[in-house]
Design a protein around this ligand. Structure first.
Ligand SMILES: NC(=O)c1ccc[n+]([C@@H]2O[C@H](COP(=O)([O-])OP(=O)(O)OC[C@H]3O[C@@H](n4cnc5c(N)ncnc54)[C@H](OP(=O)(O)O)[C@@H]3O)[C@@H](O)[C@H]2O)c1
Length: 335
């Protein structure tokens, strides 16, 4: 794969809803052939239709990402239909909102299995395809919570941190063998997707994304950017950067702030949220899903931070130019 690939075959786990579906739509618009993997057939079919692409350039396959053999088979089905995979996106995810002591062992293990082992299984299948061709990019969809653990999300926090450590280890192995296969991590903020309606909950109220909330199209853009620019890490939203910095510089303060404000900012009693509930921890959702959740009114469609990340080289040149002009003005000033 070239450094700036503009089209090819992309496979997305969890491509039937939210961020995965939005990412599939973006890649399809840009002329990529798109393979979608999830558990629910109805949502997968609806997702494929929503891509508004030539049907020959879209393929779907059912698999639970916790089942490595099923995932390998799903990848083979898609590759047979579309051709060799250039970009593999490990995006499937689930969660349980509960105090750690109220979370059953089964729920904790299931979140860990889907979020962490699903990424491990997906990475293994992708590398089996990419290493022999010495080409390809894997994008692992992490979270701001992968930079700082969050109350009520102990299983999810642990799994996202594990995903990060795992990716770092595999990346170093690929570099050591001088592989041209690249692996990238994207860190979304709170996103307006059905994720919160899909999560199981044992809390006072119902799960909601802590503000500020962003639209999934912004994260899809970040994932596309990570896949095509082969950037190591792509953080999305100023809040994600701040959370990571706060935890690196003042972790005890982060503990206290999250203890005070975390749970309150993640729960709601809104009727619209109650109506949208459709849990998917142990089985696929029963409804056809969509890209957006019930938080359109407050969700942001733009992020200056992501714009700056994507335009880092031009921004650096502009700042250097600006600094040089200021320097010349100071030096040339009459004394
Ligand atoms: N929404 C946010 O605020 C947010 C923030 C940061 C990071 N993220 C991450 O972004 C990713 C996508 O989340 P989202 O918000 O788009 O959630 P979503 O709307 O609930 O979509 C989840 C997708 O994953 C699939 N899935 C769930 N369990 C699966 C399994 N065991 N095997 C295969 N597919 C499975 C679902 O389809 P089926 O149920 O049919 O299988 C669905 O397509 C996740 O990794 C999540 O952790 C989300």
């Amino acid at each position: 794969m070239s450094e700036q690939q503009t089209s090819g075959v992309v496979i997305i786990t969890g491509g039937s809803s939210g961020i995965g579906l939005s990412t599939a739509q973006l890649f399809a618009q840009k002329g990529w052939r798109v393979g979608l993997i999830a558990r629910g057939i109805a949502a997968l079919d609806a997702a494929a239709e929503s891509l508004a692409a030539d049907p020959a350039s879209v393929a779907t396959a059912i698999a639970d990402v916790t089942d490595g053999a099923a995932l390998r088979q799903a990848a083979a089905t898609i590759i047979e239909a579309l051709g060799p995979v250039d970009v593999w996106i490990n995006n499937a995810g689930v969660s349980t909102f509960a105090h750690f002591t109220n979370m059953s062992d089964e729920e904790f293990r299931r979140v860990t299995d889907v979020v962490y082992m699903g990424t491990v299984n997906g990475t293994r299948v992708a590398l089996e395809q990419m290493r022999p061709r010495n080409a390809g990019t894997i994008v692992n969809v992490c979270s701001a919570i992968g930079l700082r653990g969050t109350p009520l999300l102990s299983a999810y926090s642990g799994a996202k941190w594990a995903m990060r450590g795992f990716t770092e280890a595999v990346r170093a192995e690929l570099i050591a063998e001088r592989s041209r296969v690249h692996i990238s991590v994207v860190y979304p903020p709170s996103v307006n997707t059905p994720f919160y309606s899909h999560a199981t909950a044992r809390i006072d109220g119902l799960p909601r994304p802590p503000p500020p909330v962003y639209q999934p199209e912004l994260v899809a853009d970040a994932i596309h950017f990570a896949a095509t620019s082969r950037r190591r890490d792509v953080l999305v939203g100023g809040q994600t950067v701040q959370l990571g910095l706060l935890n690196a510089v003042a972790p005890a303060l982060a503990d206290r702030l999250l203890a005070s404000f975390g749970p309150r900012s993640m729960t709601s009693s809104n009727q619209g949220i109650a109506d949208a509930r459709d849990e998917n921890l142990f089985r696929p959702t029963s409804r056809v899903s969509s890209t957006h959740g019930p938080f359109d009114r407050e969700a942001r469609s733009r992020s200056v931070q992501l714009w700056a990340t994507k335009n880092r080289p031009s921004l650096k040149s502009a700042l250097t130019f600006g600094a040089a002009v200021c320097g010349l003005m100071v030096v040339g000033r009459p004394r």
